[in-house]
Design a protein around this ligand. Sequence first.
Ligand code: ADP
Ligand code: MG
Length: 572
Amino acid sequence: MPIRLLSPQTINRIAAGEVIERPAAAVKELVENALDAGATRIEIILAGGGIAGIEVIDDGCGIAQAELALAIERHATSKLGDETLVRIATLGFRGEALPSIGAAARLTLISRPLGQDSAYKITVAGGVIFPVAPAASPAGTRAIVEDLFYATPARRKFLRTPHAEADAAERAVWRLALSAPNVAFRLVSDERVMFDVARQTETARVAALFGRETAAALLPLNAEREGVILTGLAGPASLSRATTGLQSFVVNGRPVADPLLRMALRLAYRDVIPAGRHPIAALRLDIPPESLDVNVHPAKTELRFADANGIRSLVIGAISRLLERPISLAGAPPARPNAPRLALQPVPSQAAHGFAEAELQLLTAPAARSFIPEASGHPLGAPVAQILDTYILAVAADGALVIIDQHAAHERLTEERLRAEFLAGQVVSQPLLLPVVVDLPQSDASRLLAQAQTLHRLGLEIEAFGPGALLVRAVPAALKNPDVAELLRDLADEFAEAGTSVALEARLDSALARLACHRSIRAGRRLNPEEMSALMRDMEATPRAATCSHGRPTFLKLTRAELETMFGRRGL
Ligand code: ADP
Ligand code: MG
């Protein structure tokens, strides 16, 4: 084939593949345009996860009749003079979004500039442009996208379920709403209001989108280094989540998913929150524009910092200082109110022998011996002591020493019981004497409500209770007395995370694990010998009991041979 220039239509379709790779990207571009237009109120309406339809309505400056046709031209932008690429102050600047959307879908812009009394519209469908025509509309712009990717079927194949696409689009709006608290946002997805927030302060916006209770526990952050300013809110060490869903980064007003910032946040919390949990933070960086390149990727969510190390130390340093402050002790577990007691017989001289009483609950020699016969034939043996109110020390009939993590073990038992009940279709639900009202971010509440049927089958009964609140009527009986609010928050996180990719089956699995974790005997609870034995006998009878639902071991076993080798009584 001879070399030839590509047609504008083909060029736009290629660009569409880069800029608009899924509905969330189209939503992001349209909302960015609304923000750049100075809107004070933006409404986003999604149908079928944005695949069927996206509508973004703003009250911004509007587009003049004469410029409508230009707006959908490639590389046409009102935001960038030829000399300003080093100091970008708007969210858009590449002039690619509208032509890309118009190439992949059917796009209609209806706009009425401020101070004009009539509106005009233009439509571009699969790259074919229709003439500008009069329309009726209030001041501002309405962008309507229908049938995304109908003109680029290859891209269409890579879409996930409408549900997953809706989650991703919602996440994009969530981030933009956090970046611009002075703009009112309303997001409606398949007729469900995901959130509806007025113009407000940054702190109020974080509270609305992170959940009021969570936000109340966050600590304000304020630091500066060589002209770079870091502000925002970050969680104390005691507050962590199952996912990174409650982390937001805004750089020079632009919401970003920058790997460097995410890593810095992780490092700042590395030593204070458990592995597998994630900190909560809403961070905002203001960097002199010449020290920042936002033009790394067409989607503009990644950045290049002139001084990456400086930015990293600023974030890690500021958060580390925050976590060192005495206030972070507020989240630490309270000192145990009761003086430690020995379960059977006190052994007063213990402390003198180097054991703090709180650390060791000895079931005293006679008690231990009396349990040993009972242990014969049981692989995990009989309990002889509890250490740190967390580990059970046991001796098996063959002399092996067994150490059990009571929380991990119990978690697995609960999960397996729930799973068995669930598979048999007979989860036992325990109605709450007083239904509990739980406040959540509106999007979390909607997400949980969308799964209400499934949760019902798991024994959890929830219903809507005004925007952003749920009424919990019943919990799975196996959970005894769970912290209902915490349970719902963790479940919402789990659904938000799993939602993008995982089938219902896997969701149920993670929901079960999450439920189990809530019911389980806490580490730090004193058990009596009967409780310890019962737990161990249960473990022996339960499949997969050797690890907890997070994959950690539930017990360690040192055989007699291993002990002898360790003490040099036996050759290697
Ligand atoms: P960019 O945002 O990079 O300039 P776009 O393709 O997204 O490119 O938009 C092209 C132009 O159309 C913008 O520069 C702006 O002038 C105009 N425009 C798009 N959306 C809006 C809107 N909601 N309100 C006012 N003007 C808009
Ligand atoms: Mg744009």
